[in-house]
Design a binder for this molecule. Structure first.
Ligand SMILES: *Cc1c(COP(=O)(O)O)cnc(C)c1O
Length: 379
């Protein structure tokens, strides 16, 4: 039987507890497992770094939602990325990264992987030929974010999968902004999906985590080896919280999209706003590609005010939108990327404009969010 997305989000990897009937499987908050005899662990569980039933449930559920054969979860999105990089790349290898990559991803390549001999080139991912031109014989991965953070650029996953195939490189897609509900990169030809489950997957701003999802069984076993060998796993309680968030992903994303569409429309019509970056807008340069590969356009909006001080003032003036980093939770957040999330790329090719404001639109009453932005823009 094949199930729909919402059914998988609630049931994949999770059965009522066999012993007690508990509908929600218990949190296996244990480091180790009793063995019946030397060399015969029950159900293969020995030690929770290697495998834990709560983490397994989350990994199975995420794999089902992304249409992959194996999911692996980690202590954070960056822990997942680091495990992937060190599984795939050796000194002398090269990767292509987005020219507006998530700041932490950029820092991981520029300040950590580079020291170990992995070089990188930043390319404009919306330009397929620019990505092809950035590839070298040493390129092992093409790293894609779509939509990008914070400029909401769109990359054509299927086209870039072709570039990666020609280069003999893996196509990695950071699917954090879209979530598996809005976009499924493996079906479009990607080899690896990356998530910061801290964001939409967990969805409630109460847990940090990361994930990788793949289809290839050889890559899956190499990643599984490194997950255990490097040990950047998430704990059972964090896995359980993430799994709980995941159950409502579809309904949350629909409301995030409803609210974001209304706010984008409001901002487009606002005299103080000079530009609105939202892939759902027909004049967005990536709109057509977004229509092709996304179900809807997500809850992230960035906009420009033509002036850095004005952008900072708006961030300081909202009352319902909380001034905070991160994104993807049920509550609305506002931030100034230039001085907050993207401060680490200041002075680099990835520097973001100072007049930019980023919204993570939550699932509160849309009219309340509009009224708050209205007063903040007026103030
Ligand atoms: C937050 C984020 C990450 C990093 O994830 P952490 O869980 O914070 O380590 C990676 N990519 C994107 C797009 C993100 O938004």
């Amino acid at each position: 039987m094949t199930f729909g997305f919402e059914t998988l989000a609630i049931h994949a990897g999770q059965e009522p507890d066999e012993r007690t009937g508990a509908v929600i499987p218990p949190i296996f908050q244990t480091s180790t497992f009793a063995q019946d005899a030397v060399g015969s662990p029950r159900l293969g569980y020995e030690y929770s770094r290697s495998a834990n039933p709560t983490r397994d449930s989350l990994q199975e559920c995420l794999a089902a939602l992304e249409g992959g054969s194996r999911g692996l979860t980690f202590a954070s999105g960056l822990a997942a990325e680091d495990t992937l990089i060190r599984t795939v790349c050796r000194p002398g290898d090269h990767v292509v990264i987005p020219d507006d990559a998530y700041g932490g991803t950029y820092r991981l390549f520029a300040k950590v992987a580079q020291v170990w001999g992995v070089s990188w080139t930043a390319a404009k991912l919306s330009d397929v030929e620019a990505v092809r031109a950035a590839v070298t014989p040493e390129t092992k991965m093409i790293w894609v974010e779509t939509p990008t953070n914070p400029l909401l650029g769109i990359a054509d996953i299927a086209a870039l999968a072709g570039v990666a195939r020609d280069a003999g490189a893996l196509l990695v897609v950071d699917n954090t902004f879209a979530s598996p509900y809005l976009q499924q990169p493996l079906a479009l030809g990607a080899d690896v999906v990356v998530h910061s489950t801290t964001k939409y997957v967990g969805g409630h701003s109460d847990v940090v985590g990361g994930a990788l999802v793949v289809n290839d069984s050889d890559l899956a076993s190499r990643l599984t080896f490194h997950q255990n060998a490097m040990g950047a796993i998430n704990g059972p309680f964090d896995a359980w919280l993430t799994l709980r968030g995941l159950k409502t992903l579809a309904v949350r994303m629909e409301r995030h999209c409803d609210n974001a569409e209304r706010i984008a429309e409001f901002l487009v019509g606002h005299p103080k706003v000079t530009q609105v970056l939202y892939p759902g807008l027909p004049n967005h340069p990536g709109h057509e590609v977004a229509v092709k590969q996304m179900r809807r356009f997500g809850g992230m909006i960035s906009f420009r005010l033509g002036d850095t001080d004005r952008a900072i003032a708006v961030c300081n003036n909202t009352k319902l939108f909380t001034l905070a980093e991160s994104l993807g939770g049920i509550e609305s957040l506002i931030e100034h990327p230039g001085q907050m999330t993207h401060a680490s790329v200041a002075g680099s090719a990835l520097e973001v404009p100072g007049d930019l404001v980023r919204l993570s639109v939550g699932i509160e009453t849309a009219d309340d969010l509009l009224a708050d932005l209205d007063q903040a823009l007026r103030g």
